[in-house]
Design a binder for this molecule. Sequence first.
Ligand code: APR
Length: 395
Amino acid sequence: MTRTCVGIVGAGPAGLVLAHLLAEQGVESVVLERQSRDYVEKRVRAGLLEHGTVARLERHGLAERLRARGQVHRGVELRFDGARHRIAYAELCAGRHMMVYAQQDLVADLIRLWIARGGAIAFEVEDVALRHLDGERPEIRYSRGGREERLGCDWVAGCDGYHGVSRGSIPPGVLRVHDHRLPFAWVGVLAQVAPSTEEIIYAQHERGFAGHMLRSQTVSRFYLQTEPDDPIESWPDARIWAELQLRLAVTDGWKLREGPVLEKSVTEMRSFVVEPMQFGRLFLAGDAAHIVPPTGAKGLNLAVADARLLAQALTRRVHASDSSGLDAYSEDCLRRVWRVQEFSSWMSWLLHRIPDATPDAELRRRLQRAQLEYLVTSAAARTGFAENYVGLERV
Ligand code: APR
């Protein structure tokens, strides 16, 4: 059996940032990933980084390519009734800006830097099983290339996302599960077309939400509100462009460029949180413990925030035998998680078409409109939006 200090399950943003921050403090870890390196480095996911996330990655020497290739963003555009409303969030938040950088590129950077610093990582592991989590010496059993492996560790970090094994390794009755599906879903589209905007656009429209996100100078990402159980087959490319043209339309002559659709899929919108984010010597981080509706693009940023808190707590335990950080880990993370859940849910209800089946749908639509008009006319409301969107430093 091999041994390490921290066994990390999952090579997504949470697991990789945790591994780097621990290594910087001289705490050894091993990262186990189910997929191949090529797969995780090409898997299209999020791509909007809060000010604090960029600052954290920079502080730990993980942001060189992000800084070189990412795009700095200082504002966002809301659209409704054919009009645009810019929210200059950097101005409203003392210059704190966001960055657009594809999650798969960030994951590729973190893996390259991890291997370059001699970090241990195993891809394509199978049948991962966690043992003795409530004892002194947890163990991770897995197979690789047909060989059974056992990794003894002092702590286990469950960074394996919503569909991983870590959360399911916690005995029934320990976790309190909050799981709420919003009555909306998104058709996510990646298209080979230059962006038609310099800033992200969120459009509220009677036909449903539309979003024009950014990825690079040649590839753009779009989202369209659809029914939760709508199959992607009901969204042929022509319908996608027709709906984007309608929902993003404004009256000042702005035009949306179209291009070949590279990838499309339907994503459900859900608020999911487990409490606590720990069982014995297993600590959950990122999507393994919480899923936020994608509207505010917070999932990646929450994963990095969890990883930072867990790295600090484990480092204090290893080097100073001080368990206070580990004892408070779950509570500290959940404070930020619920703040972000609230903001993401609020933003989702603000920008999506309220389904007819929603109780008091017409009344809610009037309330939604009143909120939108308040947001674009009140400096206080814009500042509240801006600081949540850019990311609250201290939560
Ligand atoms: N064994 C090993 N690895 C696993 C297992 C398993 N049984 N199950 C899942 N994994 C891996 C996945 O293949 C994935 O690479 O764990 C990793 C989890 O990474 P993410 O899903 O990216 O989760 P996280 O690091 O928490 O980052 C959250 O990712 O999904 C986006 O929108 C989400 O932006 C958010 C961010």
